[in-house]
Design a protein around this ligand. Structure first.
Ligand SMILES: NC(=O)c1ccc[n+]([C@@H]2O[C@H](COP(=O)([O-])OP(=O)(O)OC[C@H]3O[C@@H](n4cnc5c(N)ncnc54)[C@H](O)[C@@H]3O)[C@@H](O)[C@H]2O)c1
Length: 388
């Protein structure tokens, strides 16, 4: 494309939580309001969102509020529109493959929320189609762009940990049932038949987090459970929660150097937070350890490691949390979604692949699928490589 061009971005599912807050409000509108994306030569490429959804009134309100010229309920027609450069999807997961397939067939660049599909064959098919079409395809890998994880990755790159031994993650918070206090997440998340479920939702994130921080995932042993069997939906109606609302996973990992690392991540919508952030990852290595949340990262070197002695008869004599040092950002770290959007847009302009594409997304879907299989069969499941 020529640099003077404006990128027209068809944004589907923009009235939803993620589509509105993260992608429109925190990413595309700030890029637009800054006059567009700045290229290395100083030129600007403007972005022009087209809001797509089912509810005309909602779309019109959003468009007016944010001074967006284009909105429509015609998804298919917009994808087919030759003036549209990029198709973005943040709608319900179950509707995604059809939208993406249509966009790939129309030769559009695509950027999409995760998971790309509910089943592995569908996710692999999408990756294959995008590969054959030679389009630029990006899948949200937002966690890797978060300040906390950027700092954690930097520690890995600098060899801070020595040999990495383990990674443990804690994710989740209490999601209200909806009876007396409204639930703070959509009800479809708790219905299997609508594509909901903690394992499906989060293991696709954990796959790229594990790959992006430590290495590839070789096997999974998970326990997916439904702790809260009934909930109340957006209209206050009671429904059966058919999907898992917590998933406890153990992962065998392999670093690029061939070292084996044990990964363990607990994910739950039925847990109360006693952490500094809603997700935290701790990496322990022979030379040091670090704990990263969404924003913060603290580390402790081997030389500063205390020598606790187990004695249940005495009260704790030292403050373990105070023995960690904060890792500085040493840079301005913007919103993770916006950073990935900007990287993706540069890739589209340069007609090159995005580093987190549909194959990485398919590995995420695979981890979720095999995690559920592991849970159902109560065994460890090996993860075969995916080839297109
Ligand atoms: N990257 C992340 O951290 C993250 C976090 C949460 C959700 N997600 C993903 O984002 C996507 C959207 O999740 P959300 O939490 O924003 O959900 P949401 O329910 O708030 O939004 C879903 C959107 O899809 C639309 N929609 C719902 N049912 C539809 C139907 N039958 N036909 C057409 N459109 C329909 C809604 O109007 C809404 O715009 C999901 O795929 C989810 O997995 C990603």
């Amino acid at each position: 494309m020529t640099h003077e061009q404006t990128l027209r971005i068809a944004m589907n599912g923009i009235t939803g939580r993620m589509g509105y807050r993260q992608h429109l409000l925190r990413s595309i509108l700030p890029i637009r309001d800054a006059g567009g994306l700045t290229l290395p030569d100083g030129q600007k490429v403007q972005v022009e969102p087209i809001l797509i959804g089912r509810n005309e009134a909602k779309l019109r309100d959003l468009a007016e509020k944010h001074k967006v010229d284009s909105w429509t309920t015609d998804l298919e027609g917009t994808i087919a529109d030759p003036t549209v450069d990029i198709v973005f999807d943040a709608s319900m997961t179950s509707l995604r493959p059809a939208t993406l397939k249509q966009a790939i067939a129309a030769g559009k660049s695509i950027f999409t929320e995760k998971p790309t599909a509910e089943t592995l064959p569908e996710a692999v098919e999408l990756a294959k189609l995008a590969d054959e079409a030679g389009i630029t395809a990006g899948v949200v890998h937002d966690k890797l762009y978060l300040p906390g994880l950027v700092k954690l990755r930097r520690l890995v790159d600098e060899g801070f940990f020595g040999r990495i031994l383990s990674l443990r993650g804690e994710f989740g918070y209490w999601v209200f049932e909806g009876e007396h206090q409204a639930a703070q997440r959509p009800s479809w998340n708790y219905r299997k038949e609508d594509g909901g479920g903690m394992t499906t939702d989060m293991f696709c994130h954990w796959n790229y987090v594990l790959e992006g921080i430590v290495g590839s995932v070789k096997s999974v042993n998970a326990r997916a459970v439904t702790h809260i069997p009934e909930r109340w939906d957006e209209r206050g109606d009671r429904y059966e929660a058919t999907a898992d609302d917590a998933s406890y996973g153990i992962f065998d990992l392999e670093t690029p150097e061939g070292d084996e690392v044990v990964g363990q991540i607990n994910s739950s919508w039925a847990v109360r937070v006693f952490r500094d952030e809603l997700v935290e990852f701790q990496v322990d290595g022979t030379h040091g350890s670090a704990v990263a949340g969404l924003q913060k990262c603290v580390a402790q070197q081997r030389a500063h490691t205390p020598k606790p002695v187990w004695n249940p008869d005495l009260p704790v004599t030292e403050s373990f949390r105070d023995q960690w040092l904060e890792v500085p950002a040493n840079a301005e770290l913007d919103n993770g979604f916006k950073l990935q959007w900007e990287e993706f847009l540069h890739d589209v302009i340069n007609e090159r692949p995005h580093r987190f594409g549909l194959l990485s997304a398919a590995r995420g879907v695979q981890l979720a699928e095999l995690g559920l299989q592991s849970s159902a069969e109560r065994r460890t499941v090996d993860i075969p490589g995916i080839t297109l």
